[in-house]
Design a binder for this molecule. Structure first.
Ligand SMILES: [Fe+2]
Length: 474
C-alpha cells in the first residue's frame, strides 16, 4: 500500500534537494571499490558425513518419529505445519500441543504419505497443520505414541506490525558434510538468536549420490531436526530438489521434495508450492521459483504481478524475496544463470522497493550494492547496472557447506555492483529492529569458529530510503 501526498512547491523543492543529496551519496557509495576478501579456505570438497554419524542418529524405540521439522502454516503466522517420518508403520498422524509443557490439551490430525523413487521406498511422511495459534506464544508439541512420544516446542511470531523486532537466520545449499554441520552449529550458537530460518534452496544433495540415493533425504532431515523442529524453516526450492532422472524412470520433477516439505502456498493465492508468500513479524517474505516457468502469462508471473501490490508496508515494512539462482553474481560459478528471471522481474522489484533478495546456488558469499539494470531497450545501449536507491541489495549465500565444495573462481575485475565477495562457508542473521533499521551480519566458518566478516545496517526502502550504512557499531 502506498502513501498519497499532496505536494506544495516548497515541499517539491525540498524533495528535489533530497533526491539530489541521495543521488550524490549513492554515487559516492558506488564509486567505492567493492571488496574481494583475501580470506582463503581449503579448496578440497568435503564428503558427506558417514551414515552412522551421530548427527544422523535414529531416535530409539519402535516406529519413533524422526526428521521432525516445522514451517509456517498460513499467511499471518498463526498456523504451523508439523512434519515427521515414521519408518516401521504408519502410526499416528496426530500432533498434541498446548502452552503448558505437561498438559498438551489440544490435538490436530494430519495425513501420512509414502512415495517410491527408483529402488527406494520412503517411510510414512506425516504433515499436520495446527491452526488458530495465539501470536507470540510458546507452544509445546508432541508426535508419536506411547513410549516413543517425542516432545518439542516452538514460539509463534508476534502479530505482524511495522515495528515488531524479529530475527531471521539465512542459510543456503547446506548439504550434509562436516562443513554443513559447522554452519548449522554456528547458526545455533549465534548470540543473535535467529527465530526463523530463511532457507534459499538445495537441501540434501541426495542427487549427488548414485541413483539419487533418497536415504540421503532422510539423513538430511535427521541432521537439521535439532533446529528445524524448534523454529520454522521457510523453504525455497533449488535445482537439487528437482530429482529429474529419466534414466532411472523418475520423470516427475521435485518428487521427493514435494512429499517431504509442505509449504502454505494456497494461503497466498499461489497455485504451486514453489512460489508463495508469508508475513512474519515486520517482514513480508516472497518465495520465488528459479526452476518453474516465469515468462509472461505463466502462473508464477501472474501470481507475482498480483502479489506485489498487496504488500502493505505500513504493516510489514520489510519486503524480502527468496529465490535460488542469483540475479547479481560475479562468481564464475553459475554466472548469468539468473539473468532471464532478472530480465522478467527486476523492474517490479525496483517499483515496489524490495529491501533484500537472498539467493543461494553459488557456493560462496556475495553482497551487492543497491543497483538496477532496467533502463535497457534494444536500441539504447543502457545495459549496465547503475546505482539505484529503490533497488534491493542482492545477497548470495549458497555457502552452507555441501558436498560440492566452494566456488572459488570469480570473474575479474570485480564488477562495480559487487560490494563484497568471498569464497567461504557460513551463515547470516538479519536482525530487524523496527520499520527503518535492520542489522545484518554474515558469519564465515573460520577454523571452527564463526567470524562476523561482512555486516551492514540496512535501511528500509519504504520508510528510510537512505544509503545503507556499513557502520560496525551495533
Ligand atoms: Fe543450486
Amino acid at each position: 500500500m502506498r502513501h498519497s501526498r499532496s505536494t506544495s512547491p516548497a515541499a517539491a523543492a525540498a524533495a528535489a534537494a533530497t533526491v539530489l543529496v541521495l543521488a550524490i551519496a549513492a554515487l559516492s557509495v558506488f564509486c567505492e571499490a567493492g571488496k574481494t576478501s583475501a580470506f582463503v579456505r581449503k579448496a578440497e570438497k568435503t564428503p558427506d558425513m558417514p551414515l552412522d554419524s551421530d548427527v544422523f542418529r535414529v531416535p530409539p524405540g519402535y516406529n519413533a518419529p524422526q526428521q521432525v521439522h516445522i514451517t509456517q502454516g498460513n499467511h499471518d503466522g498463526s498456523a504451523m505445519i508439523v512434519s515427521w517420518v515414521t519408518e516401521d508403520e504408519v502410526g499416528s498422524s496426530l500432533v498434541l500441543y498446548g502452552t503448558s509443557e505437561n498438559h498438551l490439551e489440544f490435538k490436530a490430525k494430519g495425513k501420512a504419505y509414502t512415495y517410491r523413487f527408483y529402488n527406494y521406498t520412503s517411510g510414512y511422511i506425516h504433515h499436520c497443520t495446527i491452526k488458530h495459534l495465539k501470536h507470540d506464544t510458546k507452544y509445546y508439541y508432541a508426535v508419536g505414541i506411547g513410549h516413543t512420544l517425542r516432545k518439542f516446542w516452538f514460539t509463534t511470531p508476534p502479530k505482524a506490525g511495522p515495528d515488531v523486532p524479529y530475527t531471521f537466520g539465512i542459510i543456503g545449499d547446506l548439504g550434509q558434510t562436516s562443513d554443513s554441520n559447522m554452519t548449522l552449529s554456528h547458526y545455533e550458537l549465534n548470540p543473535t538468536k535467529g527465530q526463523t530460518v530463511l532457507y534459499v534452496g538445495d537441501l540434501s544433495y541426495a542427487d549427488d549420490h548414485p541413483n539419487h540415493d533418497n536415504v540421503r533425504w532422510d539423513t538430511w532431515a535427521r541432521f537439521v531436526e535439532r533446529s528445524a523442529a524448534y523454529q520454522p524453516w521457510i523453504w525455497t526450492a533449488g535445482n537439487h530438489e528437482i530429482d529429474f532422472a529419466p534414466e532411472l524412470g523418475e520423470t516427475r520433477p521435485f518428487k521427493p521434495y514435494n512429499y517431504r516439505y509442505h509449504v502454505p502456498y494456497k494461503a497466498s493465492g499461489s497455485t504451486s508450492p514453489f512460489w508463495y508468500s508469508i508475513k512474519r513479524g515486520s517482514a513480508y517474505i516472497i518465495v520465488l521459483a528459479s526452476y518453474s516457468a516465469y515468462g509472461k502469462y505463466t502462473p508464477q508471473y501472474q501470481w507475482l504481478e498480483a502479489e506485489l501490490p498487496k504488500v502493505n508496508r505500513s504493516e510489514t515494512p520489510w519486503l524480502i524475496v527468496l529465490l535460488h539462482s542469483p540475479w547479481y553474481n560475479s562468481n564464475d560459478y553459475h554466472y548469468m544463470e539468473g539473468e532471464s528471471m532478472r530480465a522478467m522481474f527486476e523492474a517490479w522489484f525496483v517499483k515496489y522497493k524490495v529491501d533484500i533478495v537472498f539467493a543461494g546456488h553459488v557456493h560462496a558469499y556475495e553482497r551487492s550494492e543497491r543497483v538496477s539494470n532496467i533502463a535497457y531497450t534494444i536500441a539504447n545501449g543502457l545495459c549496465s547496472p547503475v546505482p539505484d536507491q529503490s533497488a534491493p541489495v542482492y545477497i548470495t549465500i549458497g555457502d552452507g557447506g555441501n558436498i560440492e565444495g566452494l566456488a572459488t573462481i570469480m570473474t575479474e575485475p570485480q564488477p562495480a555492483y559487487s560490494a563484497y565477495r568471498e569464497a567461504s562457508f557460513g551463515h547470516a542473521v538479519l536482525d530487524v529492529k523496527n520499520r527503518t533499521h535492520a542489522y545484518y551480519a554474515w558469519h564465515r566458518n573460520q577454523d571452527g569458529c564463526a567470524v562476523e566478516a561482512d555486516s551492514m545496517w540496512f535501511f528500509n526502502r519504504f520508510w528510510h530510503p537512505a544509503p545503507d550504512s556499513s557502520a560496525s557499531v551495533r
